[in-house]
Ligand binder design. Structure first.
Ligand code: ADP
Ligand code: MG
Length: 430
C-alpha cells in the first residue's frame, strides 16, 4: 500500500458530518509532517499548542509529527500490525498516521481524498466470542508467522491502537471496548491484575476506566470501554505528553505530574481544583502501588465543551519491578518515591498541605487492604505472593505506615492487618 504525501484532516466529533479542518503534508526528506489548519473549528479544540503565524502546527525538535498527531497514531503494537498486514511501501510518520484507519484515539480522521472522508480500509471490531482466536493470531504475528487473508481481516481493528501490549477492539452490547491480551512472559496473570488494580483505584476514589475481564486459556483478557466514544459521537483526546509539551516545548524527558497539573490549571480554570486533586490522587496511588509505568502517554486529556479535562485513569497496575522511581517527576526531588517528595509540590496541585496529606492517607488506607481485594477478584496465591514482593516491600510499607502514624487529625484509623475491601467484590467473569 502507498500513501500520498498530503492527507486531508477531518473533525469527526459527529462522524455522520465530518468537517474538513486542514491538511497534513509530508515534508521533503520524508521524516517530518506539518499540519496546515483551515480555521473551520477553534484551533484550541484540536491541540493545546498555539498555531504558528502561518496557521500551522509543526513537529517539535526531531519528532516526525506535531504532538497531537502522534497521539492518534499507533505505538509499538499497532505499528507491528501495520507492517505485517498492510505491508507499507514506505515507513514515514504519515504512513502510520493514515494506516491507523478510522478507529483511532480521539476525534480526528485522515483521508487521501480531498473532498470526502474516506479512511484507510479496516475491518469492524469483533464480538467477544472471537477473543480466543485473536489471542492465537496475536501469537502467530509476534512469532513472525504467515497470516492468511481471513486472519488479516480479523487482526485489522487492532492496528489503530496505542501502547505496547497486544490488543484489539471488540464490541460489547453495541459499544466499543479495547481488549488487552496476556503475553507469554508476563510475571503474573496481568489481565486479572489490571482488573483488580482498577477496582482498587475506584476504592481509592479515582475515576478509573470502565472495565471487565474475560478468561481465555492463556490467562485473562482485560477489557476497557472506550472513553473517547459516546454512542455515535467521538470525544477528542490528547496525551498528557502533548499537554505538557504545550506548557514547555523544550521538554525532553523531564515530564512531571507538576507540569501536567499546570496544564490542567491553564486549560480549565473552572474545574482546575477537581482535576488537580484527582491527578494528585492518581500520583499517590501509582507511587504506593509500584506502578512505575505512569509515563506521559499513560495519562490523557479529553475535550469536553471546549475544555481539556483529565480522562479516566487507565493502564495503572503494579509493574512488579520495585524501581522506587516513577516515570514522571512527582515533586521537587524528581521521580523518587518518598513521603517528602510526594508532598513537596502540593501547591502546584492547588492543595493545602493538610489536604494533600489527607489524600495520601485515604489512598494508603485502601492500599493496605489490596491483598484481600485482589484475592476476592480471583488472583491466585502465587500471583499475590509475587505482587506482595513489590507492593509490600520495605520502603513502600514504611511510607504507608508513616502516613498513618504521622498524619494526626486526619482519619487514618486503619487496621494493621489486611481486611476485606469495603466495595463490591465480584468473582471474575468468564
Ligand atoms: N478505555 C480507553 N478508552 C480510550 N482509549 C484508551 C482506553 N484505554 C487506553 N486507551 C488508549 O490506548 C492506549 C494504549 O492503552 P494502554 O492501556 O496504555 O495499553 P498498553 O498497556 O499497551 O500501554 C493508551 O495510551 C490510550 O491512548
Ligand atoms: Mg500504556
Amino acid at each position: 500500500m502507498s500513501v500520498p504525501a498530503k492527507l486531508s484532516a477531518w473533525w469527526l466529533a459527529d462522524p455522520a458530518s465530518p468537517v474538513r479542518i486542514g491538511e497534513v503534508h509530508l515534508l521533503p526528506g520524508q521524516k517530518h509532517c506539518v499540519f496546515a489548519f483551515n480555521g473551520e473549528i477553534p484551533a484550541s479544540w484540536i491541540s493545546p499548542h498555539p498555531l504558528n503565524a502561518r496557521n500551522e502546527w509543526l513537529p517539535l525538535g526531531d519528532r516526525g509529527l506535531p504532538p497531537f498527531l502522534e497521539d492518534c497514531c499507533p505505538d509499538r503494537w499497532g505499528q507491528l500490525v501495520i507492517r505485517k498486514i498492510e505491508k507499507p511501501a514506505r515507513l514515514a510518520p504519515i504512513d502510520y498516521l493514515y494506516m491507523a484507519g478510522d478507529g483511532r484515539f480521539g476525534a480526528l480522521g485522515f483521508s487521501a481524498d480531498d473532498s470526502r472522508y474516506i479512511p484507510c480500509e479496516s475491518s469492524p471490531a469483533l464480538p467477544l466470542e472471537s477473543l480466543e482466536e485473536i489471542d492465537t493470531l496475536i501469537r502467530r504475528i509476534r512469532a513472525g508467522e504467515k497470516v492468511d487473508e481471513r486472519q488479516r481481516r480479523l487482526i485489522r481493528p487492532s492496528k489503530t491502537l496505542g501502547g505496547a501490549r497486544p490488543k484489539t477492539q471488540v464490541v460489547i452490547d453495541g459499544t466499543l471496548w479495547i481488549a488487552k491480551f496476556p503475553q507469554a512472559d508476563d510475571p503474573a496473570d496481568i489481565g486479572l491484575v489490571e482488573y483488580a488494580s482498577n477496582r482498587l483505584q475506584i476504592e481509592c476514589g479515582i475515576d478509573a476506566v470502565d472495565c471487565d475481564i474475560k478468561r481465555i486459556p492463556s490467562g485473562h483478557v482485560f477489557l476497557t470501554r472506550r472513553f473517547d466514544r459516546v454512542g455515535n459521537a467521538r470525544l477528542h483526546c490528547v496525551s498528557a505528553k502533548t499537554m505538557m509539551l504545550a506548557q514547555d516545548a523544550s521538554l525532553e524527558d523531564l515530564y512531571s505530574y507538576l507540569l501536567l497539573a499546570d496544564g490542567l490549571r491553564t486549560a480549565d480554570s473552572r474545574e482546575a481544583k477537581n482535576g488537580c486533586r484527582e491527578l494528585f490522587r492518581r500520583m499517590i496511588f501509582n507511587a504506593l502501588m509500584d506502578n512505575t509505568d505512569d509515563h506521559e502517554k499513560n495519562h490523557s486529556l479529553v475535550l469536553h465543551d471546549g475544555q481539556w479535562k483529565l480522562s479516566k485513569s487507565y493502564d495503572a497496575l503494579p509493574q512488579l519491578t520495585g524501581l522506587g522511581a516513577q516515570a514522571m517527576s512527582i515533586g521537587s526531588a524528581g521521580t523518587t518515591v518518598d513521603m517528602a517528595n510526594m508532598l513537596s509540590a502540593h501547591a502546584r496541585f492547588l492543595l493545602k498541605e493538610k489536604e494533600a496529606r489527607s489524600i495520601c492517607c485515604e489512598v494508603a488506607k485502601q492500599i493496605d487492604s489490596w491483598k484481600a481485594l485482589f484475592a476476592g477478584h480471583g488472583i491466585s496465591s502465587a500471583d499475590i505472593e509475587t505482587i506482595e514482593q513489590f507492593v509490600d516491600r520495605g520502603d513502600l510499607l514504611s511510607i504507608r505506615r508513616d502516613i498513618r502514624r504521622s498524619f494526626a487529625g486526619v482519619d487514618c484509623s486503619v487496621q494493621e492487618d489486611a481486611s476485606p475491601p469495603t466495595g463490591r467484590v465480584a468473582p471474575p467473569r468468564g
